[in-house]
Ligand binder design. Structure first.
Ligand SMILES: Nc1ncnc2c1ncn2[C@@H]1O[C@H](COP(=O)(O)OP(=O)(O)OP(=O)(O)O)[C@@H](O)[C@H]1O
Length: 450
């Protein structure tokens, strides 16, 4: 890839200030901002991988200013141990010892479910085809089954954390990302009271909302159920309004939204309910309104007896002990009925169906690694293919400056009558890399397109 004339040369003092690790990349721009840092798009420069896109996460420093945060360290430890088709791959790690900032480079994924769902809802006004829904779900479960089999709970699954590969050899393959808050858990489960609650409110399992002291892998299955419903309807299933002043993790509105759709939980259906701290403490508030007629099937518009509805209701089972596991879900009838799931989720489900072209991830071309904004560059400096993509190579600066960046706007601006703008995204990080033997590794080899 030709380097634009205004790019930093090796003699430039700012260029020399770049750590060796960062010199392997040409920064394209900023693609996102999460709770713990910024995400950039860059291109690899090594001869064998020249031009290959990569997502670089720069972590904010911890508030205490005492170097790389424990969250980041935890993420890396997890990342290094995870290798799976459906888990985003960590390709490089760097700590800048000058300011103790941390950079992680991941394989770049052009799409995520947040944007795919939004495209169907706002641009196409048409549902995602059944084959795509099934293939996405199967791969999410496959990645999750791998994590759960290795005692890792994700805890922050939501559409923006489910990445999908764009054009290329892995097109349409799902990659679970953002394991910032995932932890290796070992039986017996550790108490979590010191951690606070971490799952974004819309995808948060009822036992967490009611103060359960332990996470189990069932919290991820609840989130997958919510994502499954959202894939079917293009709208978040339970859009509770977060009470930021409330007694976290107790979120009455979120619980109310769940109860309204699934009916009020009962001790018959969920015996350990009575032991949950906020159930007892807020009896009057919670039970003020009793919902008895679950309306899930009318919301997702699936026949109550269909395999899709059966699987969904098993994911949204109140009692975490009875909730379906990822391994069981992969074995469900839904995945054995036509259309069968495939490795490339983004191809049409049947001949004659139109291919959907999802838009490329929006990139803020003007923001640099340190968060500063570069003056607009003339396109005449760019190689033809860069001009076509509208890309500007960024100068990579010295890295000692604080980050003061506005988040990239990902909330829908209009056209959203039924879609509350409350905290849709939820934010956190991801992980991966290592090479261990995994007993439950399940390659995508079961269906017709694998
Ligand atoms: N490997 C990747 N390839 C492409 N885009 C990515 C990659 N990893 C993350 N992103 C995108 O970058 C954006 C920010 O990601 P990040 O994980 O930092 O935050 P988040 O998931 O939006 O929120 P939070 O970190 O608070 O959970 C998201 O849009 C996400 O889809």
């Amino acid at each position: 890839v030709p380097v634009p004339s205004w790019n930093l040369g090796p003699g430039n003092p700012r260029q020399r200030a770049r750590p060796a690790w960062l010199q392997q990349y040409e920064l394209v721009g900023k693609i996102g901002e999460g709770t713990y840092g910024l995400v950039y798009l860059a291109r690899r420069q090594q001869p064998l991988h020249r031009g290959v896109r990569i997502a670089i996460k720069k972590f904010k420093q911890s508030k205490e200013g005492d170097g790389v945060s424990p969250t980041a360290i935890r993420e890396i430890m997890l990342l290094r141990e995870c290798i799976h088709d459906n888990i985003v791959k960590l390709v490089n790690v760097h700590i800048n010892y000058v300011d103790m900032s941390l950079y992680l480079a991941f394989d770049y994924a052009e799409h995520d479910l947040y944007e795919i769902i939004r495209h169907h809802r706002e641009k196409l006004s048409s549902p995602i085809n059944q084959y795509t829904v099934k293939s996405l779900l199967w791969q999410i479960l496959n990645g999750l089954n791998y994590l759960h089999s290795n005692w890792i709970i994700h805890r922050d699954l939501k559409p923006s954390n489910i990445l999908v590969m764009g054009d290329g050899e892995e097109q349409g393959v799902v990659k679970i990302g953002d394991f910032g808050l995932a932890r290796v858990h070992q039986a017996p489960l550790k108490p979590l009271c010191d951690n606070g609650v971490v799952v974004t409110i819309w995808y948060r399992a009822p036992e967490l909302l009611l103060g359960a002291k332990h996470y189990t892998s069932a919290v991820d299955m609840w989130a997958v159920g919510c994502i499954f419903a959202e894939l079917l309807t293009l709208k978040p299933l339970f859009q509770g309004i977060e009470d930021k002043n409330g007694q976290n993790p107790f979120q009455l509105d979120q619980l109310d939204k769940i109860f309204k759709t699934l009916g009020h939980p009962t001790a018959d259906r969920w015996p350990t309910l009575l032991n949950l701290p906020f159930w007892q403490a807020n009896r009057n508030l919670i039970q003020g309104r009793k919902y008895e007629n679950p309306g899930l099937y009318s919301i997702v518009q699936q026949p109550a007896k269909s395999p899709a509805f059966d699987l969904l209701s098993k994911m949204l089972e109140y009692d975490p002990a009875k909730r379906i596991s990822a391994a069981q879900a992969l074995d469900h009838q839904y995945f054995r009925t036509e259309p069968l799931p495939g490795r490339n989720a983004l191809v049409p489900g049947s001949p004659g169906e139109k291919v959907v072209h999802y838009p490329a991830r929006p990139v803020d071309y003007s923001t640099d690694f340190d968060g500063s904004t570069a003056p607009p560059q003339s396109n005449t400096n760019l190689a033809p293919q860069q001009q076509q993509r509208g890309e500007h190579m960024m100068q990579v600066p010295a890295m000692h400056q604080p980050l003061h960046l506005p988040a990239i706007q990902r909330m829908p601006q209009n056209n959203m009558n039924n879609f509350s703008s409350v905290n849709q995204q939820g934010r956190r990080k991801e992980p991966d890399s290592g090479n261990q033997n995994y007993n439950n590794y399940q390659p995508l080899n079961k269906s017709r397109r694998m």
